[in-house]
Design a binder for this molecule. Structure first.
Ligand code: NAD
Length: 364
């Protein structure tokens, strides 16, 4: 590997990690951030958990109307509540939708966020916000939405059903893999991404074997942090652009969509990104990247088909056009409508991914 010139930006964030860390460290972390009027953000499902963690905190209000992909009216309602309560700190306990809601408030109110993630989506480690309006998801980057403190507590994700955990962990895996060829990829991010893949694969097998295994839950959170940090630095590669289109335009479940699409994008790029493919293979302990990922998917019983997630076949043509429009110009393999259409059809039908050479041979 030759290291040529690159730029790398580190993010200013404090990370507290460990079983039991949330209950133990939140009072001190809230104090450290100068929080006297905390707005607690959690879904209805996580409300009781969040209340338990926040029992000794100066909470002045709660926002529970969290919805996937942060619809703009949800963002407005959360902002209005923060203003009405004169909140000075946002504490979000939950998955990426919950963190995303806190980010939507921080974006306009400038309030600091203390994030306690309970899935492996990784939004807590990025300065990226997202909101959805009229079937289109818009995203942006603003340092103000980057949570100041993250508290990772493996005990909190034990209740995450294993199927959701698998999809969420593969969402994290996708951040790692896509970071290897995304527009701002660099050697430091690639090292973190490789370690993220190396940590996630056994940890995901571990939660499938035993969902209450705290080491495995911790491995998933560790991998999630690395994955999101690499995504934050490297930006969206082809994989994220595809999932962004599918999530925003067709309201597909976020983590499952990432899980289904990832092997197809890895296969799409592997021959044209040999160094990235070699990293993935090594991190998975496999001879070859795509086969290694498929073997992991087999062990995890991972989701395979977009049609199972609610996408209709007659939507693939529109999706193809949207992906081609959004695809990064420097993707390792050229992105054409014909190639993307075949990739999406296979992902929709749950067919095995095809590497570039096999894909092109299938056309001749
Ligand atoms: P989610 O937050 O919608 O959570 C999925 C489900 O898991 C929900 O039903 C939730 O109630 C449940 N859940 C969460 N924690 C649980 C627990 N401990 N026990 C039981 N159930 C639990 O989904 P997600 O996959 O975490 O996040 C997806 C969202 O995050 C998307 O909108 C995506 O765009 C966003 N995201 C943003 C970034 C970013 O950098 N901005 C990165 C990754 C994901």
């Amino acid at each position: 590997m030759s290291i040529r010139s690159f730029e790398h930006q580190t993010l200013a964030q404090r990370v507290v990690f460990g079983p039991g860390a949330a209950k133990q460290s939140l009072p001190a972390e809230v104090q450290r951030l100068g929080g006297h009027r905390v707005l607690l953000i959690a879904t209805n499902a996580e409300a009781a958990l969040a209340d338990r963690l926040a029992a000794e905190l100066p909470v002045v209000g709660r926002f529970h109307d969290v919805r996937p992909h942060v619809p703009s009216e949800v963002a407005e309602a959360a902002r209005a509540l923060a203003e009405e309560l004169d909140a000075d700190l946002l504490l979000c306990v939950g998955g990426g939708s919950t963190t995303g809601t806190a980010k939507a408030v921080a974006l306009t109110a400038g309030l600091p966020i203390l994030a306690v993630p309970t899935t492996y989506a990784g939004s807590e480690a990025t300065p990226v916000w997202g909101m959805t309006e009229s079937r289109r998801k818009s995203t942006g980057t603003d340092p103000v939405v980057l949570p100041r403190v993250i508290v990772y507590d493996p005990e909190l994700s034990v209740s995450l059903p294993v199927g959701l955990g698998v999809a969420s962990g593969l969402n994290a895996m996708a951040h790692c893999v896509d970071s290897l060829w995304a527009p701002r990829a660099n050697p430091i991010l690639s090292a973190m991404a490789t370690e993220g893949i190396r940590a996630l694969a056994p940890a995901l097998r571990g939660i499938v074997a035993d969902g209450s295994d705290l080491d495995a839950r911790g491995g998933c959170l560790y991998g999630a942090y690395l994955s999101a940090s690499t995504f934050a630095g490297a930006g969206s590669g082809l994989h994220h652009k595809i999932c962004h289109v599918l999530g925003g335009a067709y309201d597909l479940p976020h983590a499952d969509t990432h899980a289904v699409v990832l092997p197809h994008v890895l296969a799409y790029n592997a021959d044209d990104a040999p160094e990235a493919a070699a990293r993935v293979a090594t991190a998975l302990g496999a001879d070859e990247a795509v086969a290694g990922l498929i073997s992991l998917y087999d062990d995890l019983g991972a989701p395979r088909a977009l049609r199972d997630l609610g996408l209709r076949e007659d939507q693939l043509e529109e999706a193809t056009a949207l992906v081609v429009e959004a695809a990064p110009g420097d993707n390792p393999r050229s992105v054409t409508a014909a190639n993307v259409s075949r990739l999406l059809h296979r992902a929709w039908a749950g067919e095995p991914p095809l590497r570039a050479e096999e894909d092109e041979r299938s056309q001749s």
